[in-house]
Design a protein around this ligand. Sequence first.
Ligand SMILES: [Zn+2]
Length: 100
Amino acid sequence: MLIYTHPLLYQVVNVQNLLSLHHIKTVVRNEYAAGATGDLSANETWAELWLQDERDQSRAQQLIAQMDEQSREEWFCSQCGEKNSGSFEVCWQCQAERRL
Ligand SMILES: [Zn+2]
Protein backbone atom coordinates (compact mmCIF):
# COMPACT_ATOMS: atom_id res chain seq x y z
CA MET A 1 0.00 0.00 0.00
CA LEU A 2 1.03 3.60 -0.65
CA ILE A 3 2.22 5.20 2.56
CA TYR A 4 3.95 8.39 1.44
CA THR A 5 4.45 10.47 -1.67
CA HIS A 6 6.51 13.55 -2.43
CA PRO A 7 7.68 15.41 -5.55
CA LEU A 8 11.30 15.10 -4.45
CA LEU A 9 12.80 11.64 -4.60
CA TYR A 10 15.36 12.34 -1.89
CA GLN A 11 12.57 13.17 0.52
CA VAL A 12 10.93 9.84 -0.20
CA VAL A 13 14.26 8.09 0.28
CA ASN A 14 14.67 9.91 3.59
CA VAL A 15 11.37 8.47 4.74
CA GLN A 16 12.37 5.04 3.49
CA ASN A 17 15.59 5.24 5.50
CA LEU A 18 13.72 6.37 8.58
CA LEU A 19 11.26 3.50 8.33
CA SER A 20 14.00 0.96 7.71
CA LEU A 21 15.63 2.06 10.95
CA HIS A 22 12.43 0.87 12.58
CA HIS A 23 12.45 -2.39 10.60
CA ILE A 24 9.59 -1.33 8.36
CA LYS A 25 10.11 -2.48 4.80
CA THR A 26 9.12 -0.26 1.89
CA VAL A 27 9.72 0.13 -1.84
CA VAL A 28 10.13 3.35 -3.81
CA ARG A 29 8.12 3.62 -7.01
CA ASN A 30 7.97 6.21 -9.76
CA GLU A 31 11.64 6.74 -9.17
CA TYR A 32 12.33 7.75 -12.75
CA ALA A 33 8.95 9.11 -13.73
CA ALA A 34 9.87 12.73 -13.09
CA GLY A 35 12.06 12.75 -16.17
CA ALA A 36 9.58 10.96 -18.39
CA THR A 37 7.81 12.73 -21.21
CA GLY A 38 4.08 12.63 -21.76
CA ASP A 39 0.95 14.09 -20.37
CA LEU A 40 1.22 12.86 -16.84
CA SER A 41 -0.22 15.20 -14.30
CA ALA A 42 2.24 16.56 -11.76
CA ASN A 43 0.87 14.23 -9.15
CA GLU A 44 1.62 11.12 -11.15
CA THR A 45 5.30 12.00 -11.37
CA TRP A 46 5.74 12.13 -7.62
CA ALA A 47 7.95 9.51 -6.10
CA GLU A 48 5.99 7.07 -4.00
CA LEU A 49 6.80 4.96 -1.02
CA TRP A 50 4.94 1.67 -0.74
CA LEU A 51 4.64 -0.37 2.38
CA GLN A 52 5.42 -4.05 1.99
CA ASP A 53 3.51 -5.17 5.05
CA GLU A 54 0.22 -3.44 5.77
CA ARG A 55 0.51 -4.30 9.43
CA ASP A 56 3.19 -1.61 9.67
CA GLN A 57 0.78 1.08 8.51
CA SER A 58 -0.06 2.87 11.75
CA ARG A 59 3.52 2.74 12.97
CA ALA A 60 4.81 4.07 9.66
CA GLN A 61 2.28 6.89 9.56
CA GLN A 62 3.24 7.89 13.07
CA LEU A 63 6.93 8.01 12.20
CA ILE A 64 6.25 10.02 9.06
CA ALA A 65 4.12 12.52 10.96
CA GLN A 66 6.89 12.98 13.51
CA MET A 67 9.46 13.45 10.79
CA ASP A 68 7.35 16.01 8.95
CA GLU A 69 7.05 17.98 12.14
CA GLN A 70 10.79 17.98 12.78
CA SER A 71 11.92 18.54 9.23
CA ARG A 72 9.94 21.65 8.46
CA GLU A 73 12.55 24.18 7.60
CA GLU A 74 13.66 26.98 9.82
CA TRP A 75 12.89 30.43 8.51
CA PHE A 76 14.08 33.95 9.12
CA CYS A 77 11.71 36.71 10.07
CA SER A 78 11.28 39.31 7.33
CA GLN A 79 10.80 42.00 9.95
CA CYS A 80 13.46 41.43 12.60
CA GLY A 81 15.63 38.76 11.01
CA GLU A 82 15.27 36.34 13.89
CA LYS A 83 15.56 32.62 13.17
CA ASN A 84 12.37 30.66 13.78
CA SER A 85 11.61 26.97 14.01
CA GLY A 86 9.62 25.53 11.11
CA SER A 87 6.70 24.80 13.40
CA PHE A 88 6.14 28.51 14.13
CA GLU A 89 3.72 30.43 11.94
CA VAL A 90 4.61 33.80 13.45
CA CYS A 91 7.99 35.11 14.61
CA TRP A 92 8.58 34.19 18.23
CA GLN A 93 10.31 37.48 18.83
CA CYS A 94 8.21 40.14 17.12
CA GLN A 95 5.07 38.15 16.12
CA ALA A 96 5.39 39.14 12.48
CA GLU A 97 3.69 36.63 10.20
CA ARG A 98 5.77 34.08 8.44
CA ARG A 99 6.38 34.90 4.78
CA LEU A 100 7.78 32.43 2.33
ZN1 LIG B 1 10.51 38.89 13.90
